[in-house]
Design a protein around this ligand. Structure first.
Ligand SMILES: [Zn+2]
Length: 166
């Protein structure tokens, strides 16, 4: 899953739960939903390219998600909790359970080498497991954009300032 799938579907899930969860700052959920890739892609595909060519490293592990969740509950921080939710959803949508060596790192050895995203543009147009979530995520982002009037400057600035969708 790429950007629209991760961001759009994570926001959709929280949007449907909004009557049960108070003070949702969607900016943190959005950041969490992309954080594993924001950390691991530059790290594994650029910085450590010659050693560990993979876009899924430490931020795609249970260890990373669990430590952040423990920190969130330890500090009773709603912001960190939302960030953690985004990260857990990212691991789920990346189907990390199919990559146990990475998911359970360091328990089962080193990270799995890259065997996905080999040609992501080709996958984006040919693999329904890739393009369907992207379309669904994008459609939901459009829905939120129009439903909450984010095309109006004041609403958009309000959202960027508070992270709230009223
Ligand atoms: Zn990822």
């Amino acid at each position: 899953m790429f950007v629209f799938g991760h961001v759009g579907i994570s926001i959709a899930i929280m949007h449907f739960l909004r009557s049960r969860v108070k003070n949702i700052d969607y900016r943190l959920l959005l950041l969490g939903s992309m954080l594993p890739d924001i950390i691991d892609k530059p790290l594994g595909l650029v910085v450590l390219k010659d050693i560990l060519y993979s876009g899924r490293l430490v931020a795609h592990t249970l260890l990373f998600a669990s430590l952040l969740t423990l920190l969130a509950f330890g500090r009773k921080s709603m912001k960190l909790k939302l960030l953690s939710v985004g990260i857990w959803l990212h691991l789920l949508f990346d189907m990390m359970f199919l990559y146990p060596r990475t998911l359970l790192w360091p328990g089962l050895g080193n990270f799995m080498p890259l065997d996905y995203h080999a040609d992501f543009m080709a996958q984006l147009v040919s693999n329904p497991y890739v393009y369907v979530p992207e379309i669904v995520g994008f459609m939901f982002l459009l829905y939120v954009f129009f439903r909450h009037g984010l095309y109006r400057k004041a609403n958009l600035l309000g959202f960027l300032r508070t992270g709230k969708l009223e």
